[in-house]
Design a protein. Structure first.
Length: 213
């Protein structure tokens, strides 16, 4: 699969990033707003640059990278629920880890990432082959996120999803079981969501066997 990026694609994704940043900045006086001063300065700068681009008063700021990844339910390792999270979840977040700040959108199998601030050593982790640039083709399959800090963010997001699932009430669980009883399970198992759940179950069993050794 190839994704041929156009200016319209870049504009749309820039609008997602801008909306996420603008919404966060509106909450800066709220008690739950936990971004550092350095994060706020970065968000204000990027918000202003993207606003000018979206309004048509400036060209796209080249220092703001956008990257695209296509999720396949094949991730292995000690990352509970990572395939389910990447394949069947919609999410939009801005998260900072020390010197780094990212905005990312997970669109049920399509992962869009904008590194907003990186240390110099972190620039090498974001390769040109996944960067969204008009007239550039991005090839799906065997894509790798080299930035381990961001990989940890994804693993944490997946773990939080698993924790929320564990808090479902018995009444809700009963409804889910009733709905699943009407599903063609063979067909479901072949779907991206079904394959993601099965892959995560296999990952969990592998982790449990490793813990027993």
């Amino acid at each position: 699969m190839e994704f041929d990026c156009t200016e319209e694609d870049r504009y749309f994704i820039a609008s997602l990033v801008w909306r996420a940043i603008a919404a966060r900045l509106l909450d800066r006086e709220e008690p739950h707003f936990q971004y550092r001063d350095e994060d706020i300065r970065t968000l204000e700068r990027v918000e202003a640059q993207l606003r000018s681009y979206l309004l048509g008063t400036a060209s796209y700021p080249p220092e703001i990278q956008q990257h695209i990844f296509f999720s396949e339910p094949t991730a292995e390792g000690p990352y509970p629920g990572i395939n389910t999270y990447l394949t069947a979840t919609n999410d939009l977040q801005i998260i900072g880890t020390g010197e780094r700040l990212y905005c990312f959108a997970n669109l049920s199998g399509i992962l869009l990432i904008a590194p907003l601030r990186l240390p110099a050593i972190g620039l090498k982790d974001w390769r040109a082959d996944t960067r969204l640039t008009p007239s550039h083709k991005v090839r799906a399959g065997n894509q790798t996120i080299w930035d381990r800090q961001f990989g940890g963010i994804l693993a944490h997001a997946a773990a939080r999803l698993q924790q929320r699932k564990a808090l479902i009430s018995e009444r809700q669980r009963k409804k889910v079981r009733e709905e699943m009883a009407t599903v063609d399970m063979e067909r479901f198992a072949k779907s991206p969501h079904g394959r993601a759940i099965l892959r995560d179950i296999l990952n969990k069993r592998t982790m449990e066997r490793d813990d027993e050794k």
